[in-house]
Design a protein around this ligand. Structure first.
Ligand SMILES: NC(=O)c1ccc[n+]([C@@H]2O[C@H](COP(=O)([O-])OP(=O)(O)OC[C@H]3O[C@@H](n4cnc5c(N)ncnc54)[C@H](OP(=O)(O)O)[C@@H]3O)[C@@H](O)[C@H]2O)c1
Length: 325
């Protein structure tokens, strides 16, 4: 038996139940991993409350991201061996001391990446990789707007877009978050709870607006985000921290300047093994070079997962959060 955090009934953070579970021996295509850290992500709250349905029904072990050591391998596996240091983004099951991980989702960790750093960056950092390198190629001199710039995805994206030479504008919920975002590559910050962020983006860019807006907030920043984008620019809606965007008339994209809009997910971009490895290697390279740092700003014991969710949903966190079994 190993410690885990399960959901038996959908709801708020209080439904996260710390308990012992059995972990089976690994089957074909699986490795058993002893986890040293599990990543906490906003998507975990979507599954907990049922906004995203659990593919395995109830109860389920929460979480999609972690890092640890391979303890055992399934029959016929040659790519991994016991003792390997690995990290992954995979299906539900990561809030646990040990779990089975499908080998096609696991990657070996370079020696210069620690377990806690890995658990804090696999989902968020690989998301940033595809957002700035694949969904829209950020280039030198471009104006980029990132909402929730001091969050987990936010701090990584600000650093990476800055590294690519963009002029990075970030919205944040407080002065402290503004200072943190600026210390992590954001050139301009906007307090979107107090200020009109569209007016400020116009002012900051001298009326030119942004080539791309990355919006993980959803309901409360839509449709205003579209007014921050220059003609033929890209609206990237990659999350719903404030609730999902409601159905809208697609003609709005024509009215706002023949805009492009996409609703991407890492699952699609990393669906093929070769793409997963390319994205992970690109992330390891920017982190290894020091161009992008991974701020692990909240660390909780696994049994305190409910507090981690309360803090995340209560906008009380910055950067990445991890659970330690
Ligand atoms: N599509 C993908 O592939 C993908 C992958 C990873 C993450 N995501 C999405 O990326 C977004 C960020 O994820 P994360 O894990 O890094 O979280 P996070 O940004 O660390 O936390 C969410 C932040 O959103 C802001 N926010 C604004 N309105 C909010 C509200 N009503 N309730 C709660 N927070 C609100 C808060 O920052 P302020 O206080 O500064 O406003 C909060 O700190 C989420 O929408 C997530 O679903 C998408």
């Amino acid at each position: 038996m190993v410690a885990a955090v399960r959901v038996h009934k959908l709801g708020g953070p209080e439904v996260l139940t710390y308990e012992d579970i059995d972990v089976a021996a690994p089957g074909p295509g699986q490795i058993r991993v002893k986890q040293y850290a599990c990543g906490v992500n906003f998507i975990d709250t979507y599954f907990r409350m049922g906004m995203y349905p659990s593919p395995v029904g109830l109860p389920f072990v929460v979480g999609n991201e972690g890092a640890g050591e391979v303890m055992a391998i399934g029959p016929g596996i040659s790519e991994f061996k016991p003792g390997d240091r690995v990290a992954y983004v995979a299906g539900l099951g990561s809030y646990a001391a040990e779990r089975l991980v499908p080998t096609d989702r696991a990657v070996k960790l370079p020696a210069n990446i620690g377990y806690e750093q890995a658990a804090a960056m696999m989902l968020k950092g690989m998301t940033v990789e595809y957002l700035v390198r694949r969904t829209f190629k950020v280039e030198k001199g471009m104006n980029v707007l990132m909402h929730a710039a001091a969050g987990g995805v936010g701090l990584i994206l600000c650093q990476w877009a800055n590294h690519l030479g963009a002029n990075v504008i970030g919205t944040v919920g407080s002065q402290d978050k503004a200072a943190l975002a600026r210390a992590n590559g954001c050139h301009h910050t906007i307090l979107y709870r107090d200020e009109d962020f569209v007016a400020r983006v116009k002012e900051i860019t001298g009326g030119k607006l942004c080539e791309v807006v990355y919006d993980g907030i959803g309901k409360t920043t839509f449709p205003a985000s579209l007014d921050c984008i220059r003609p033929l620019g890209m609206f990237v809606s990659f999350g719903s921290a404030s609730g999902q965007i409601e159905a809208f008339n697609i003609n709005i994209l024509q009215q706002k300047g023949s805009l492009f809009a996409t609703r991407p997910t890492l699952n699609t971009y990393a669906a093929k093994r070769e793409d997963l490895l390319a994205i992970a290697n690109d992330l390891f390279a920017v982190v290894g070079s020091g161009a992008v740092k991974i701020p692990v700003n909240q660390k909780y014991a696994l049994r305190d997962a409910a507090k981690a969710h309360r803090d995340l949903e209560g906008r009380a966190t910055t950067g990445s959060s991890i659970l330690v079994p």
